[in-house]
Design a protein around this ligand. Structure first.
Ligand SMILES: [Zn+2]
Length: 104
């Protein structure tokens, strides 16, 4: 189990800034966030043999990387709403944290 808790978040320019309970912060470029969308349509679904089937990749434009809303899902994930109405990606806190690594 993870003990990550989001205290606060903010979008400044094209960076999602997550303030975790404690002192840590994650800086995630929205483009990177979108490109790592974990939903079945973007990341693909794998069958029991581990083959990955990717759905048709939606065409992305500038609005695809604009965040219109961010919803907390339970105590473990967030659901971003993108400018092109894509909103099926559920990002677990661990994923957010790892996406923020190496960014500043
Ligand atoms: Zn997706």
């Amino acid at each position: 189990m993870s003990d990550l808790v989001i205290k606060n978040y903010d979008v400044i320019n094209d960076i999602l800034i997550i303030k975790w309970e404690g002192d840590a912060e994650s800086y995630i470029p929205l483009k990177k966030l979108r490109e790592n969308c974990p939903c079945a349509g973007c990341a693909g679904e794998s069958d029991v043999f581990g083959n990955v089937f990717k759905g048709k990749q939606p065409k992305r434009s500038e609005v695809s990387f604009q965040l219109t809303n961010l919803k907390l899902v339970g105590y473990y994930a967030v659901q971003p709403f993108w400018g092109d109405r894509h909103n099926t990606g559920i990002y677990r806190y661990e994923l957010l944290q790892s996406l923020g690594e190496g960014e500043s």
